[in-house]
Design a protein around this ligand. Structure first.
Ligand code: NAI
Length: 252
């Protein structure tokens, strides 16, 4: 792989952690498909990558839609190159206590995180196994350990860990690694929305969170991008099936 430019796909990359991973991968020398629900919303990230001298493609796709995923991955392969690096980052939260959680909130979260990661991984593994090289990075969460109000999300994020380990077993012989990152509190629109839901000012919310974190600060998208960058490296080829908690401490 070393003499060809790698193509990476980052899902949910129009903003937040995904956008930062996409920019980090471009800085690492990969060309990047910036994939999110709305193609137009991906353009800013694509422009930023191009302005820094990189190459990126905006791709509109709902990761839970099988036909859309197949079309998006084919388009990326023909317009950028065979994708051999994938970050399953797209995610949503639909928090509520169990007794108030609607089945639609359960299904929505399962569909984006688990069905989405399954469909994207299935569609791209073909290119990875053909290339005898691949890197899959899945976004889990400290919520995988359980979190009040997140029966759906914590189940999905724990599921991402089992999914990751199984991909590591199945795809290892093709030179493909699969690893998961379990972030703690990262400052993004997602955590801002959580602050709003619990009726707290975001700065106060972050400060309260930081006090509970051993390194005494909340995380930034760059903290996650640095870990994804490591897993994506060629030299990380003997690291597979791992879950790294990037949470300023052992867990949340
Ligand atoms: P965010 O809400 O800022 O960004 C998520 C992106 O995913 C959005 O651009 C959204 O449009 C996209 N997306 C949602 N549904 C999609 C679908 N069906 N198809 C394609 N794209 C879709 O979230 P953030 O904070 O950047 O989180 C990224 C990932 O990291 C998520 O998987 C999240 O669960 C995980 N995570 C975040 C933490 C945090 O503290 N922010 C902590 C632990 C995990």
């Amino acid at each position: 792989m070393s003499d060809s430019i790698r193509t990476a796909i980052v899902t949910g990359a129009a903003r937040g952690i995904g956008a930062t991973i996409a920019k980090r991968f471009a800085a690492d020398g990969m060309q990047v498909a910036v994939l999110d629900l709305d193609e137009g919303a991906c353009q800013t990230v694509v422009d930023e990558i191009a302005a820094a001298g990189g190459k990126a493609l905006a791709v509109g796709c709902d990761v839970s839609d099988e036909a859309a995923v197949a079309a998006a991955v084919e388009r990326i392969a023909s317009e950028l190159g065979a994708p051999t690096t994938l970050v399953n980052n797209a995610g949503i939260i639909r928090d509520n206590l169990l007794f108030k959680m609607g089945v639609e909130d359960w299904d929505a979260v399962m569909n984006v995180h688990l069905r989405g990661a399954f469909l994207m991984s299935k569609a791209t593994q073909k290119y990875m196994t053909e290339a005898k090289f691949g890197r899959i990075v899945n976004l889990s969460s400290t919520s995988a350990l359980g979190n009040r109000g997140q029966a759906n999300y914590s189940a999905a994020k724990a599921g991402m860990q089992g999914f990751t380990k199984t991909l590591a077993f199945e795809l290892g012989k093709f030179g493909v690694t699969a690893n998961a990152i379990a972030p703690g509190f990262i400052e993004t629109d997602m955590t801002a929305a959580t602050a709003e839901r619990v009726g707290m000012d975001f700065d106060a919310f972050k400060q309260a969170a930081a006090q509970q974190i051993p390194v005494q600060r909340v995380g930034q998208p760059e903290d996650i991008a640095a870990t994804a960058s490591f897993f994506a490296r060629e030299e990380a080829g003997f690291v597979s099936g791992q879950v790294v908690y990037v949470a300023g401490g052992p867990r949340d």
